[in-house]
Design a protein around this ligand. Structure first.
Ligand code: TYD
Ligand code: MG
Length: 455
């Protein structure tokens, strides 16, 4: 018998080496090298993967027919949008997310709604009964939905040959393994080989394949950085566990823009598409409270109104605390320093807590002005009127800076019935709005805002 051949693979980035190394030269991580058996057996490829080889030839670009490769709807508006307008035949899509975020639920839901298509759902994690139970829970059923609980790719292809599905979903790529390679399921070489087989299958047969992938606790797709290169589209499903909102973001997309995103809400009957996120993210208040300001932000290409809540109080213990949820803590410290140094507000001895309602994370600098206004409102204990909102960045010298897509932001505020929006004076030039229903208040410095809001 031939000697077993092994190689060491970095579990973070997939780099390989003949001997063990402590510090990966490729991604810089420590202790990520693991020995894997990579002896490839000379088994013939499954026939389904081989079709293309013989009759493959070069084509002139003008001869390539795009019509036959038309996009199909997934019957889920948000997912279609994130994919760039639907599924592309022969595309390989990776959906990553933390455990329990709802990846399986989303794909099951999508699969059950595609009534006119034969869908094969390959599960290596749950039994057929469990999936059926979940389908009952989300109250969907379908006559063209097949479940296969299998982890060996060769068996998966055998079933694919038999069923001839229109769409294939793999839950999850980490549970698959191929006979072709000897190392254990979930190892880098297995993941790479299985994904490569799926890729071949999808390209040769023009079938869209969705791969579900796990994410490590620091947010990287577990192991498979390599996967990101192989697939056509990488979607990330994210959200705070304790809140119902889930955001589906595209990180890479060969067939569309990466700035689109889909918003869902996890309910007891599955994931529901959220068409008007602004209406949900802003809390309904009967009376004015201090420390609340509304910002008009952009998530991808969509304007969303979000609510910023601040609490400023005298530090009870020696060192003042700064805490922030959904907003970068360093940016908060910077804004506080600007308030202190440039505008003379004494916040150095105060505790400051900041929270973005709804559990979403925002890194759009255009919410700076709302953050500052919420802090000042809490500090002065004077509420900001409910029909007022903000869209501007704050610079280090306390100047109010312009932001991109200002018209869309104003339009969203207008649509939701806001009566006044504070923007940067420098944003006025580019605006082309036909008689807006909303009062646009241009400001130049933090003091201007303070004077207008709190007199
Ligand atoms: P799941 O799809 O299993 O997550 P993943 O595949 O990403 O690991 O989602 C599991 C969570 O979603 C679980 O904690 C229960 C919750 N859930 C609901 O709240 N409502 C539902 O209708 C379903 C099906 C799940
Ligand atoms: Mg799952």
């Amino acid at each position: 018998m031939a000697k077993t051949k092994t190689l060491f693979f970095c579990q973070n980035c997939g780099a390989q080496s003949g001997k063990w190394i402590g510090n990966c030269p490729s991604c810089g991580e420590w202790n990520t090298y693991v020995e894997e058996i990579i002896q490839k057996e000379d088994k013939a490829l499954h026939p389904i993967l081989k079709q293309a080889k013989e009759n493959n030839k070069a084509h002139l670009i003008n001869e390539i027919d795009l019509k036959s490769d038309k996009r199909d709807s997934t019957s889920n508006k948000e997912l279609d949008r994130v994919l760039g307008g639907g599924m592309v035949p022969g595309s390989l899509v990776l959906i990553g997310g933390e455990p329990g975020i709802g990846k399986s639920t989303l794909m099951l839901q999508v699969a059950l709604k595609m009534k006119n298509k034969k869908v094969l759902y390959v599960s290596g994690e749950e039994s057929g009964q469990q999936i059926k139970m979940r389908a009952d829970r989300i109250k969907l059923s379908s006559d063209s939905f097949f479940i296969l609980t299998e982890t060996l790719t060769q068996n998966v292809f055998r079933q694919i040959e038999h069923i001839e599905p229109d769409v294939v979903i793999i839950d999850s790529i980490q549970t698959l393994h191929t006979d072709y390679i000897e190392s254990s399921a979930g190892s880098i070489s297995q993941i790479r080989e299985c994904a490569a087989e799926m890729q071949k299958y999808s390209k040769v047969n023009h079938i869209p394949v969705f791969l579900i992938g796990h994410i490590t606790k620091d947010g990287a797709l577990a192991g498979p950085k390599i996967l990101e290169h192989m697939v056509d589209t990488v979607l990330q499903f994210e959200g705070e566990r304790n809140y119902g909102y889930r955001i589906l973001r595209s990180i890479k997309n060969r067939f569309g823009s990466t700035s689109e995103l889909g918003i869902y809400e996890m309910q007891s009957t599955g994931l529901h598409e959220v068409e008007n996120p602004s209406e949900i993210l802003i809390s309904q208040r009967d009376e004015d409270v201090s420390g609340v300001a509304i910002a008009s932000t952009m998530e991808g290409l969509r304007p969303i109104m979000i609510e910023i809540q601040a609490l400023v109080s005298t530090a009870a213990y020696g060192t003042p605390q700064r805490s922030s949820t959904g907003f970068d803590l360093r940016r908060l410290s910077m804004l506080l320093a600007v308030l202190e140094k440039r505008s003379g507000f004494k916040l150095g001895i105060k505790d400051v807590f900041l929270n973005i309602a709804g559990g979403i994370k925002v890194d759009d600098p255009a919410i700076d002005l709302a953050v500052i206004s919420a802090i000042l409102s809490s500090s002065e204990d004077i509420p900001i009127e409910q029909k007022v909102c903000f869209a501007a960045e704050v610079g280090l010298s306390g100047e109010i800076r312009s932001v991109n897509r200002i018209e869309q932001r104003i339009h969203e505020a207008e649509k939701l019935g806001f009566e006044q929006i504070f923007i940067s004076k420098y944003n006025l030039k580019g605006i082309d709005l036909k008689n807006p229903q909303i009062t646009i208040t241009p400001v130049k410095k933090i003091e201007d805002v303070f004077r207008l809001l709190f007199g």
